[in-house]
Design a protein. Structure first.
Length: 264
């Protein structure tokens, strides 16, 4: 299926690792031009070796000024932006009991503020291209997790902003959607698993609660949904929260313990 993304320009935050890297690579494969934004120059340089013709901007997205600079640099590359993928963030474990007001605010700065800042500074360009915005959220916004109040708050706000922006930007035909992942195997997730005495056992203890096939979602599966939503194949989809999670959020996780039928 031709998604019609050739030569279109997409800014992807956190685009050099994990889910963001998957989206950057998939966009490139479709002939699009990813502009990869992150604070790790080394990771970006490694990725650009595989994606000649893509671009990288190294910047911490924590302030309005830095996000304005990213927007200006991105627009100077090709003179247009066809889509914004808000993805950068980290589950930093700032909870109610063990956190603090200061850490809570700092976490929101890391995980939420730049979603608004970049959309704000790229809005005129998106109006011109009738582009789209894609927010990467998390199942923690709906299920809770415990010990991660700030991250959950940021992810919930991203879902609310998705609906709010979809309404506000209707007159400009700018579509706004969100993807809600659950358990996705990324290098960061792998590192977390490897911190346990028995990483394989820990992984299996998580996967058994993922209803569909009892396995982690892959970054590529998130990326495939992202590309569809960014493309004109999704031209009449806006304000939606799309779950790519093996049924984790909406299906009873007790289903994972059921015996599989021998045949259908």
């Amino acid at each position: 299926m031709d998604l019609g993304l050739k030569d279109k320009v997409f800014l992807v935050t956190g685009g050099a690792s994990g889910i963001g890297e998957g989206i950057s690579r998939a966009l490139y494969e479709e002939g699009a031009i990813p502009i990869i934004v992150g604070r790790n120059q080394e990771k970006a340089d490694r990725l650009l070796v595989d994606l000649p013709g893509a671009y990288a901007i190294t910047m911490d997205l924590g302030t309005p000024e830095s996000c304005k600079s990213v927007a200006e640099q991105a627009l100077s590359i090709k003179g247009r932006i066809d889509g914004l993928v808000n993805n950068a963030g980290i589950n930093d474990g700032v909870g109610l009991e063990k956190g603090s007001p200061e850490r809570f605010l700092a976490s929101l700065q890391t995980n939420l503020h730049h979603y608004f800042f970049l959309a704000h500074y790229l809005l005129e360009a998106l109006k011109q291209s009738k582009g789209s915005i894609l927010n990467i959220s998390s199942k923690t916004a709906l299920t809770g997790q415990g010990g991660t109040s700030a991250y959950a708050a940021a992810k919930g706000a991203q879902l609310a902003l998705t609906r709010e922006w979809a309404v506000e930007l209707l007159p400009y035909e700018i579509r706004v959607n969100a993807i809600v992942p659950a358990e996705v195997m990324t290098p960061l997730y792998r590192s977390w698993l490897d911190s346990f005495p028995d990483p394989d056992a820990k992984q299996q203890s998580i996967e058994k609660y993922i209803p569909l096939a009892q396995r982690m979602t892959t970054s590529r599966e998130i990326a495939d949904m992202a590309l569809f939503l960014l493309s004109n194949r999704a031209a009449h989809i806006t304000g939606q929260h799309l779950f790519v999670d093996g049924g984790y959020v909406h299906l009873d996780r007790a289903l994972a313990g059921l015996d599989k039928p021998d045949s259908l």
